[in-house]
Design a protein around this ligand. Sequence first.
Ligand code: ADP
Ligand code: ZN
Ligand code: MG
Length: 600
Amino acid sequence: EAFVPKIIEVNYIEGSGDKRWSSRDFPWTKELEVNNKRVFGNHSFRPNQREVINATMSGCDVFVLMPTGGGKSLTYQLPALICPGITLANIPAAYLSANMEWAEQQEILRELNSDCCKYKLLYVTPEKVAKSDVLLRQLDNLHVRELLARIVIDEAHCVSQWGHDFRPDYQGLGILKQKFPNTPVLALTATATASVKEDVVQALGLVNCIIFRQSFNRPNLWYSVIPKTKKCLEDIDKFIRENHFDECGIIYCLSRMDCEKVAEKLRECGHKCAFYHGTMDPAQRASVQKQWSKDEINIICATVAFGMGINKPDVRFVIHHSLPKSIEGYHQECGRAGRDGQRSSCVLYYNYSDYIRVKHMLSQGAIEQSPMTSGYNRSNMTNSGRVLETNTENLMRMVSYCENDVDCRRLLQLVHFGEKFNSSTCQKTCDNCLKITSFIEKDVTEIAKQLVELVKLMGQRFSSSHILEVYRGSLSQLVKKHRHETVSLHGAGKRLGKGEASRVLHHLVVEDFLVEEVKKSDYYGSVSSILKVNEPKVRNLYAGQRIILRFPSSVKASKPGKSDITPAKGSLTSGKPNVTLIDTPPEPQTEVDLNLSAKL
Ligand code: ADP
Ligand code: ZN
Ligand code: MG
């Protein structure tokens, strides 16, 4: 059917940079700081935390865009603790309530009714809000007694069909604002493109909402990808010796054995080095971590199990000895470097055979998970086929990141978080920007038009990688299955340079000419994404708008042609994800520790 993109006018107020919200003169400031220390053990606030808390406690609707690990939970847990009444938090974790006995639920509902309810935070699933009249009545009841303090929507991007993780039940959450128009809503997410953001604001019915967002870019981190050879360990030794001698760093390895081997080799080379992985007993791990924080050890060779809750400010380098599992994971692991804002290095050693190795290990479930993602994957073990599919997709994107030797590394990463980035801001702090000394500007409008045309010809039903395959003239089984070799633009882009078509397609998505729509076969079900045409934007293209991309001057300008058919290898799209699944489960420990929250 015809695809009509929604054009929504949304009013929101930029909160980042507004000094009002960082004031320490709010009536609750003292209590905030005391509880942040006493209850959560934090010595300070992270960027935007204080601002978000002040805005939501002032009664405003607030929309928060903060990187994973940035500390979103605190921005509602702390207000929940110190405000009178109850905070309702919607979290995308159906398994919590699915396991819960009805009697237990009754007990919580009864407690909510009591005059001095012991709970401060009520976690419910969006499904519950949509389907449980009992719950809605209970909320009404709280509201009447002025005990409904705040409504929190975590992972708010799930509201939007344009996002990578649409969950139908999230759309029902709009009812909360309708029923309780004066209760402040706090919506939080780590990923939102412009269209997702507007969708969320609209669907939740947020009013004059204040947006806090921070860039996911880390200007003091210098990124590079280096071909991994047999001499990799010598290269690492040399790199550390020349750039970070006697400084503190992390080397991420794929397997436990790798951790031990790399650590041993580097110790032989004279570095103060230890390993860290999941099979060590907790005392051993704690001891290594302690030695590291006291600078008795400089370098830790670790699996991704190492990292959560590590706040060492002076980590000067993060080295990836092998391919990370996803761009999100990579960004997060690199993010442990340079917390103090000083220049730090992120070096990734890449070869294609690591891809095969990681892929195999993923299929065997043999890769250690970071504590952050493990809960999520566990909850989906019933659908391990899908987990595998998503994992492979994420890994492919990582491969295409590594193989891209043209685009700014920052841009390639940030696109995954829905952030637009101007490569010239990189200032040659990544290998690709550094390498490319001169650019040519190339008009790719005709290629862009062909790609848009092809998306339409193919019925707006296919993923970007499939569209690229057809454009480059592939005769793969999938192409033949859909008889796409007969489509008129099949092979039209076969003369283009490697990665060129995918860069243009990527650009069309980033600039909203094409929209990625995520398809799911069931609630948590398998995911695929399809490209659709955003007609109003595309009209500009036909009305004379040109698309200019920069290429390194060594690349010859090439023209698309309509010529004979040659099979092209299955092509990877660069950068822009078809589907991204990052999801943090709620941390039950926090809830139990607080002993003030309930789950429904
Ligand atoms: P997000 O939901 O944004 O991904 P979380 O709320 O899960 O992030 O927080 C990530 C980690 O940061 C947690 O371990 C949390 O305890 C820690 N954290 C949050 N705020 C602070 C702070 N102000 N100081 C120190 N650690 C913090
Ligand atoms: Zn760059
Ligand atoms: Mg979170």
